[in-house]
Design a protein. Structure first.
Length: 302
């Protein structure tokens, strides 16, 4: 069972052994939401199922409401978070997993072609559903192709309906209320995964307000990867996060970003580094900055 990363060679071994396995392509582009599906259609690992960030891994949502809060469609149940990419309810997500034929006895392997920016979402959501056998393909589609792995543009056959049963969550999800209650306290340390300029509030291409949650530390998610697009060695990741935390307890870390997606590579990196299972604020800046009365800050933290 692989629970954090899986290499190209390890994936090939799973395929050769005909192990219960499902591979998911999570490629996406925030600025061009249709691009991920197009990229998948043009080239994907044979047998891979496409997981769309907007329609499969997020709840439906509408325009900002009168008070700035994001209004979320209720027909599929109450979402588990707010923000630009609200988490669907566990029941809705279990129904999607069942619809694509994923079952509790399978190993999941997730990948994208975007520096692990999007496949981490599915990795985390499966942990949240109590499914531990899920791993990120280290290096993504680029590593697969560099090692001579086959890609195809064929349309994949549909899978028989399964009955995925959610278990006790193996991931920690925190709400805006929980973050507010512990803001500024030593038992909560936020790590913001957005690029430094967005964190400082110098640019904001996606959300109406620029800046960051007061007290949040900044570690852009891309810093977890080496020049080859693979995660840095565990010892290096551990040293970098310990330097960032500067004596703070890793167990107090809550990860966030713009909408709870690119925060996950930081969370995964801390787990690879042996620093434990840390929490995710899925609503992140897009929910925080749309909630009236909450403080925001621009510039670097002192």
């Amino acid at each position: 069972m692989y629970t954090t990363l899986v290499s190209v060679e390890q994936l090939r071994q799973l395929q050769a052994a005909k192990a219960p396995l499902m591979v998911f392509d999570c490629s996406f582009d925030l600025m061009k939401p249709e691009a991920g599906a197009q990229q998948y259609a043009a080239a994907h690992i044979p047998g891979a199922v496409y997981a769309n960030l907007d329609s499969d891994l997020s709840a439906k949502h509408g325009m900002p409401g009168a008070q700035g809060d994001v209004v979320v469609a209720q027909e599929d149940g109450v979402p588990a978070s707010g923000g630009r990419h609200p988490l669907p309810s566990r029941e809705k997500f279990a129904a999607w997993l069942s619809s694509v034929g994923f079952s509790n006895d399978m190993q999941a392997v997730v990948y994208d072609r975007n520096g692990t920016n999007y496949c981490g979402r599915l990795w985390w959501m499966l942990k949240w559903m109590g499914h531990d056998a899920v791993a990120v393909l280290d290096g993504g589609l680029q590593a697969w192709q560099a090692a001579g792995g086959e890609v195809t543009n064929r349309e994949e056959p549909t899978h028989f309906q399964s009955n995925f049963v959610p278990g006790e969550p193996l991931a920690k999800l925190v709400t805006t209320d929980a973050v507010v209650r512990r803001l500024g306290q030593s038992d909560q340390n936020l790590i913001d995964a957005r690029a430094a300029a967005r964190y400082r509030g110098e640019v904001e291409p996606l959300d109406p307000i620029a800046g960051h949650i007061p007290g949040a530390l900044n570690r852009p998610f891309a810093e977890n990867l080496g020049p080859d697009g693979k995660f840095k060695p565990a010892s290096q990741l551990r040293a970098e996060f310990e330097a960032l935390l500067a004596g703070r307890d890793p167990a107090t870390v809550v990860h966030q970003c713009g909408s709870g997606v690119s925060a996950v590579p930081n969370l995964l990196a801390m787990q690879i580094a042996g620093l434990g299972t840390t929490a995710l604020y899925a609503g992140s800046w897009s929910e925080w900055s749309n909630t009236p009365g909450l403080p925001t800050r621009q510039g670097a933290e002192p």
